[in-house]
Ligand binder design. Structure first.
Ligand SMILES: [Zn+2]
Length: 201
């Protein structure tokens, strides 16, 4: 088993509030010293997923994880490992159940920030909690970390980048091979640690 470094929460131009082109994301991934895995998680859209994966497929040492950030009725929920949107209605539990049904990973995004679920996250059956979000305050990330600890769930990191300069500000170290199923499985098993990283970009 090897170690991969990943940014698990990134928006492309298919999120109305992001400026990152799929090609730019792939280029940055290629150029980075060690982060070679990135999850595309647009707001309520999977439109960028196939194109970004196709661009990345030309390079054997980088990997795009298909995903989405769903605006559920209670707050944002990331799904990693889907190229499709979940069926509506988008209640947190229904979206999390959809993720489970297709062997994807459900992650409560930035629970203690705007559009976060807050303590509602404790009441639904999810796979992980985003404990390090590039757009959240230290205090909000700390609270999320505490929640993950109390709920005995794995913690993940995501830059939540909406512009190129925000890519890869945080990083996950995952005990897995460079393979989507392997990485998703490792996240669910908690074979993941999170770090803030400031160089190598
Ligand atoms: Zn986001």
């Amino acid at each position: 088993m090897s170690t991969v470094y990943a940014d698990l929460h990134i928006h492309t131009v298919y999120s109305s509030d992001s400026l990152i082109q799929p090609k730019t994301l792939v280029d940055r991934l290629l150029a980075h010293n060690y982060i070679k895995v990135a999850a595309v998680t647009d707001h309520d859209s999977v439109r960028a997923v196939k194109a970004t994966m196709a661009l990345a497929s030309a390079y054997p040492d980088i990997l795009i994880i298909p995903g989405v950030e769903i605006s559920t009725t209670a707050g944002d929920l990331l799904i990693l490992g889907t190229e499709e949107l979940p069926p509506k209605p988008w209640s947190p539990q229904e979206v999390a159940d959809y993720a489970r049904s297709i062997n994807a990973v459900s992650i409560v995004a930035h629970p203690y920030r705007l559009y976060g679920m807050g303590d509602i996250a404790r009441t639904i059956k999810i796979d992980a909690i985003e404990v390090l979000n590039g757009g959240s305050s230290t205090a909000a990330n700390q609270q999320a970390k505490q929640m993950a600890k109390e709920e005995k769930l794995p913690g993940t990191a995501g830059s939540d980048a909406h512009q190129t300069s925000e890519l890869f500000t945080v990083c996950n170290q995952i005990q897995a091979d460079l393979n989507i199923d392997n990485i998703l499985h490792a996240i669910k098993k908690g074979l993941i640690t999170t770090t803030t990283q400031t160089n190598g970009n």
